[in-house]
Design a protein around this ligand. Structure first.
Ligand code: ADE
Ligand code: ZN
Length: 347
């Protein structure tokens, strides 16, 4: 949109809810709500060390990334059958639809499941079935991104890739997640090079808790197309210039950063600084069942806390389409829909 229509300030929250958006940083295992954890534990006869949904929710008080990951991996242990993976993804996709997410690029962590004896086929089949149904029944376009766990070895990442290749057409890319500090991107340079040869899209978590150096090596050694989080980049002015010049998208997750104590308060989040420096930032939920909100909650609470404007809302939504792995025609279609919604909200 060349010139954005003036939007009355009191209508901004409704606009944030209504505007079409892409979600590019959502771990499907992080969308597993406590209620579904308990239902699946019962269905599968899996014991969980919490007496109730409320007790489990009370355990969601994190001090850093690792304190969260310990609980997140334990929660995922209730997923056993293809139907479990479908049910988890479907629950997320219905919430995405309600938040006017029109495109979702969904991370999954196969090693969390294959290590427990669940077959790769079971994981991918259930998630893929939900993605196909979302297109027809919800009008949400959804694709999968397979993440390697960086606390494990590169050899294990190669094994995981081999196990997944029979279903190569069911995921569009690979990512890198789990414990960041001490596991720099360069540990996975060879497996990412192989994925690049296979024509997979490449993304990686970098600069969540880890230093700007990890963002540099994600770009230069892994050759990622997007950086997940990347918020620590603001500590390195040269890196900020590089990210702006090369239009490298950052998939920022404000409520995650708050809950994992990356920033002490939401008011202290650096999203505005990233946007002001010309970076292609986007807003995402990361692990919404654990961090207190889905993508619209991230928009609403961050705008409220930091005073971002309607213009910045448009930029963030437009960035989400620009940064997604869809074709140019689809990007244009979603941008047109975005402009239509903004026009409806004009004074
Ligand atoms: N896995 C799930 N959520 C994650 C996060 N925020 N950082 C790293 N790995 C993750
Ligand atoms: Zn993440």
């Amino acid at each position: 949109m060349n010139k954005l229509p003036a939007i009355p300030a009191q209508r901004l929250p409704e606009l944030l809810r209504r505007m079409p958006k892409a979600e590019l940083h959502i771990h499907i295992e992080g969308s597993l709500e406590p209620e579904l954890i308990f239902a699946l534990a019962k269905r599968n006869g899996v014991a969980i060390p919490y007496a109730s949904v409320e007790e489990l929710r009370r355990a969601y008080a994190f001090t850093n990334l690792q304190s969260f990951l310990d609980i997140y991996y334990a929660g995922a242990s209730v997923l056993i059958t293809e139907q479990d993976f479908f049910d988890m993804a479907w629950a997320y996709l219905e919430k995405a639809r309600a938040d006017n997410v029109v495109r979702a690029e969904i991370f999954f962590d196969p090693q969390t499941h294959t290590a427990r004896g669940v077959a790769m086929e079971t994981v991918i089949a259930g998630l893929h079935r939900a993605c196909v149904k979302a297109a027809t029944d919800l009008g949400v376009s959804a694709s999968l991104i397979l993440c390697f766990l960086r606390h494990l070895s590169e050899e294990e990442a190669f094994e995981t890739l081999e196990q997944a290749l029979p279903w190569r057409d069911r995921f569009i890319g690979v990512g890198l997640d789990s414990s960041e500090v001490g596991h720099p991107p360069e540990k996975f340079a060879r497996v990412f090079a192989r994925c690049r040869e296979l024509g997979l899209h490449l993304v990686a978590h970098a600069g969540e808790e880890g230093p700007p150096a990890y963002v540099w090596t994600a770009l230069d050694l892994l050759k990622v197309e997007r950086v997940d989080h990347g918020v620590q980049s603001s500590k390195d002015p040269q890196l900020m210039r590089r990210l702006a010049q090369d239009r490298i998208p950052l998939t920022v997750c404000p409520l995650s950063n708050l809950k994992l104590c990356v920033f002490p308060r939401l008011q202290d989040h650096n999203l505005r600084e990233l946007l002001d420096a010309g970076l292609m930032a986007t807003v995402n939920s990361d692990d919404p069942a654990y961090f207190g909100g889905y993508v619209n909650d991230n928009f609403l609470q961050t705008f409220e806390a930091t005073g971002l404007s309607a213009q910045q809302a448009w930029t963030l939504a437009n960035n989400s389409f620009e940064a997604s792995f869809i074709g140019a025609g689809e990007k244009r279609k979603y941008r047109d829909r975005l402009d239509e919604v903004f026009a409806e909200f004009a004074e």
